[in-house]
Design a protein around this ligand. Structure first.
Ligand code: SN0
Length: 290
């Protein structure tokens, strides 16, 4: 409905401000969420937090080193400038317990009383998962499509957030869902639950309708790169008749071949377009409550 008439609710956000805080890089999340807010009639302020004062996150520290401002003050201050706040904060990938505390997102939750939107935290990327659900719903040609989440190699250690949220979302849809990755790349079992896991990528990809490719670093050997095996890269042969999905940005010819990305079977551009409508659906619900 929002896709057909994006400005239908352009009065809902009138005189309301969305404040977006980025602790990490962003292209799609920043622009699509801004577009979503503008279509709802909101004003938008965006801050790259790395341009502001270096924030202290721990409680009770003596701040005589390089952090200038505590997140306690910062969160309370900035929330006074907005009606909805949205935050991106990636994990450090060094200490699992620390990352799972979601200290940045949870500090905002604790110190502000306005709605808070997660723009990708240490363990979750919910707006991406909502986008992915919309995209599969739009493009599926059978009632219960087979959806495969496949690990792929990458030169950098990446978060598990996208894979976690995608798995959680697929468990809630009427899809035949499985995950494939090399041994040692098991995601948090509290998230994957009873989702089938295959160590044989070929077997997993058999008769797939949607193949979602994503790298993540090891969860058990936390933040480590255990494999860079190019045999896990997605090729046209392996994709067969399925549609190719990825949240982007994607490393060409490492994660997936040029041939797949440039083919008609790649739906990554439509996926990215849907980021706007996923964000708009969420902002619209929050605005109704204000
Ligand atoms: C992030 C991730 O969570 O995997 C954001 C995805 C939406 N991706 C990256 O950091 C990729 C960085 C790179 O150099 O390829």
């Amino acid at each position: 409905m929002l896709k057909d008439s994006p400005y239908k609710f352009d009065q809902l956000g009138k005189c309301k401000t969305l404040l977006m805080l980025f602790f990490n890089s962003s292209l799609r999340t920043r622009l699509s969420t801004e577009k979503a807010a503008l279509q709802l009639g909101m004003d938008v302020i965006t801050l790259n937090v790395n341009d502001a004062w270096k924030l202290e996150l721990e409680d009770g520290t003596t701040m005589n080193l390089d952090t200038s401002e505590h997140i306690k003050e910062a969160a309370q201050v900035v929330s006074q400038y907005a009606d909805i706040i949205a935050v991106r904060a990636f994990p450090g990938l060094e200490n699992r317990k620390d990352d799972e505390k979601e200290i940045i997102i949870n500090s905002f939750k604790k110190y502000v009383s306005i709605p808070l939107v997660n723009l990708e935290s240490s363990t979750e990327h919910p707006l991406q998962a909502l986008t992915d659900a919309i995209t599969i719903e739009e493009l599926k040609t059978k009632k219960r499509p087979k959806v495969v989440l496949s690990w792929a190699p990458h030169p950098k250690a990446l978060p598990q957030a996208v894979a976690n949220s995608f798995a959680t979302m697929m468990q809630q849809l009427d899809v035949d869902f499985c995950i494939t990755h090399p041994k040692g790349y098991e995601l948090n079992s509290q998230i994957t639950k009873d989702t089938p896991i295959h160590y044989d990528q070929k077997e997993a990809l058999k008769d797939a309708d949607f193949v979602y490719v994503k790298n993540w670093s090891s969860y058990s050997d936390y933040g480590k790169i255990l494999s860079q095996d190019p045999d896990w890269m997605l090729t046209q042969y392996k994709l067969a008749q399925a549609k190719f999905m990825h949240c982007l940005p994607v490393r060409r010819n490492v994660v997936v071949t040029d041939e797949v990305l440039d083919s008609e079977q790649s739906i990554v551009i439509q996926q990215a377009k849907n980021r706007t409508f996923a964000a708009q659906a969420v902002l619209k619900e929050l605005l109704k409550e204000l």
